[in-house]
Design a protein around this ligand. Sequence first.
Ligand code: ATP
Ligand code: MG
Length: 254
Amino acid sequence: MAHEILTLKSVVKRFGGLTVVNDVSLSIHKGGMFGLMGPNGSGKTTLFNIICGLYKPDRGKIFFDGTRIDGLKPHKVFDLGLTRTFQIPRILQRLTVLDNLLIASEGNPGEGLLGLFLRRGAWRRFEREKEMEAKEVLDLLGLKEYADRRACELSGGQMKLLEIARALMTRPKVILLDEPTAGINPVLATKIYKKIGEIRDELHVTFFIIEHRANLLLRNVDWVYVMCRGRIVAEGEPHDVIKDPVVKETYLGG
Ligand SMILES: Nc1ncnc2c1ncn2[C@@H]1O[C@H](COP(=O)(O)OP(=O)(O)OP(=O)(O)O)[C@@H](O)[C@H]1O
Ligand SMILES: [Mg+2]
């Protein structure tokens, strides 16, 4: 069994009187494609918000790559190598595709203005390296020919890919994807999942993916967690989960 990179132990989150995440324990293994599915309002996005530090859980523990992260600020969690995309893409529409990537990339070499002036050479070198890296990422996602287009000219599917590209520029260990194919037709969605799989294989990034279309998720991940009303109600390999009566009830009866 691969090494656990993200572990949640009995995580609880309440909003007022409502328990939105209820005693969730799960683990994500290095190099895997893990899925999280469940009906609308079951607590999936809230769980991601807790993992990346936007919300502090009321109870429970979260470990990322050996460090306890519950209660840490989002930028701390991010610095440790955990990044995420949002259900609604946060792309800078008027900038070019390439600039969207450069802006997303990690820190700069000359901290502060003074450093910047003193180290112009280093800065230029850094920019050139980042640009090359960005072009490689765009190539990997099939967006290279769009590098100089404005982001607003991309199709819906390409914008989803751009979001993943932006996440990759931060060189994360784990990427949380919140509905990477929301609003995208099934054929294109399948292509996006194929790309995600290629990134996993080439860059050894671990993915944890929210997708509420069960058929799509089950075809594309190694392990699935099913959430319903704040709880994990089933988990396993896709071919087992699909037969689970609780899952059938959640999706058909619920
Ligand atoms: N900040 C908040 N304050 C109060 N209630 C919230 C907050 N965030 C989420 N909720 C509630 O928590 C529940 C779970 O919401 P969440 O967005 O996590 O669900 P989801 O599984 O991601 O749903 P969807 O599939 O529609 O994206 C919902 O009832 C929602 O209204
Ligand atoms: Mg959601």
